[in-house]
Design a protein around this ligand. Structure first.
Ligand SMILES: NC(=O)C1=CN([C@@H]2O[C@H](COP(=O)(O)OP(=O)(O)OC[C@H]3O[C@@H](n4cnc5c(N)ncnc54)[C@H](O)[C@@H]3O)[C@@H](O)[C@H]2O)C=CC1
Ligand SMILES: NCC(=O)COP(=O)(O)O
Length: 332
């Protein structure tokens, strides 16, 4: 049998469990295993008016559902109420991830697809060590020195593809400039180019690189990171054959004619690139972690505590992330 995709259902008080149930009813071209507390899934299914008809426990499957689905039961620490965070369940959220990572590394699962978790409540739980997000946690647990966060989605009436990768991920804004070093930028661009070639069939990807400062530093008068770091790195990598455009001012590079010149944008920080991507593609965007030894995709949204347990959350992003994981797994 085809190896299944592991779906971590994320923060139990958020929308992840009910979206996972909806995903299980949709047409996914691969078997899926939902990592969750079984009772939580059944409760949230009834909240949103779905009879999930999933009784199989991984590694069993029931063939009569549209996609072969099973549940890998991991118990909650305490009962979870939709919309109400409880730090006591943070170890449960990490246990879902740890099990999925171990299964992927050992060849049990073909890929991990993550429903959203809540970074704040995991830190509130004080489990030892700062928790930045899935991206950094996956890098640490797979012993990967550097990964790249990229979000992608279709936008506009002609369904153009927008891909936005980040040079830095979950950092306080005050720490961003010092994190944009020559070494980090070089390896980010190499990982981005490699994975665009390997996973997205782009033989010679064109990457548009944003500046860090307003107007890309205005020739050094409005910040020197472009002159001192970004431009030298781009020149070096162009000499190696990479097709790089920029650094361009971030406020104008998302104009459609400029965007059309590249296959992906490298933004210097989270809130430089992602607001544009999410504005354009929200509800169907995908987050993919590049540079990992395993395949990991995710949704473009968070835990949406305001919608949890109400059946109002859109499942499009989780379906898109799962379909991409299935495609990447089939091509690997
Ligand atoms: N992959 C992940 O695990 C991610 C986790 N987060 C985490 O989620 C938590 C909450 O973040 P927020 O900034 O409040 O963002 P959020 O995405 O949870 O919510 C922002 C707004 O979008 C709406 N929304 C979100 N998902 C939706 C969906 N599927 N369908 C319809 N409407 C939806 C919410 O109702 C809310 O109005 C934070 O702790 C954040 O770190 C955020 C992004 C990704
Ligand atoms: N806004 C995207 C985001 O925060 C993704 O975080 P994660 O996938 O690293 O948990």
């Amino acid at each position: 049998m085809q190896k299944p995709l592991a779906i971590t259902t994320g923060e139990p008080a958020g929308i992840g469990p009910e979206l996972a149930i909806q995903l299980a009813q949709s047409n996914i071209p691969a078997p899926i295993v939902l990592l969750a507390d079984r009772q939580l899934l059944l409760e949230r299914a009834s909240c949103v008016g779905i009879d999930p008809a999933i009784v199989a426990t991984w590694p069993e499957y029931r063939a009569e559902v549209s996609a072969p689905v099973s549940i890998l039961h991991i118990p909650l620490v305490v009962n979870s109420i939709a919309g109400q965070l409880d730090p006591q369940n943070s170890s449960y959220v990490l246990a879902l991830l740890d099990r999925a990572i171990a299964g992927c590394m050992q060849g049990e699962f073909a890929a991990i697809v993550t429903a959203p978790l809540h970074k704040g409540v995991i830190n509130d739980a004080k489990l030892g060590g700062y928790f930045s997000g899935h991206t950094e946690y996956l890098a640490e647990k797979t012993h990967t020195p550097q990964v790249v966060m990229m979000l992608a989605g279709q936008y506009g009436t002609d369904a153009k593809m927008m891909r936005v990768a980040l040079a830095t991920t979950h950092l306080p804004l005050k720490d961003v400039a010092s994190a944009v070093t020559s070494d980090a930028l070089r390896s980010t661009l190499r990982i981005l180019q490699h994975d665009l070639q390997q996973h997205f069939g782009l033989a010679q990807p064109k990457i548009i690189v944003a500046g860090l400062n307003p107007h890309a530093g205005e020739s050094g008068h409005m910040g020197r990171e472009e002159m001192d770091i970004i431009i030298p790195v781009l020149e070096q990598l162009r000499a190696e054959g990479m097709h790089l455009i920029g650094p361009l001012p971030a406020d104008t590079l998302f104009n459609p004619p400029i965007l059309a010149q590249g296959d992906a944008v490298l933004a210097m920080y989270h809130d430089q690139g992602l607001p544009v991507l999410k504005f354009a593609t929200f509800g169907a965007g995908i987050n993919i972690t590049l540079g990992l030894p395993i395949i990991r995709t995710s949704v473009d949204h968070g835990t949406a505590l305001d919608l949890a347990g109400k059946g109002l959350a859109e499942v499009g992003s989780l379906i898109a992330a799962t379909q991409l994981a299935a495609t990447l797994a089939a091509n690997t």
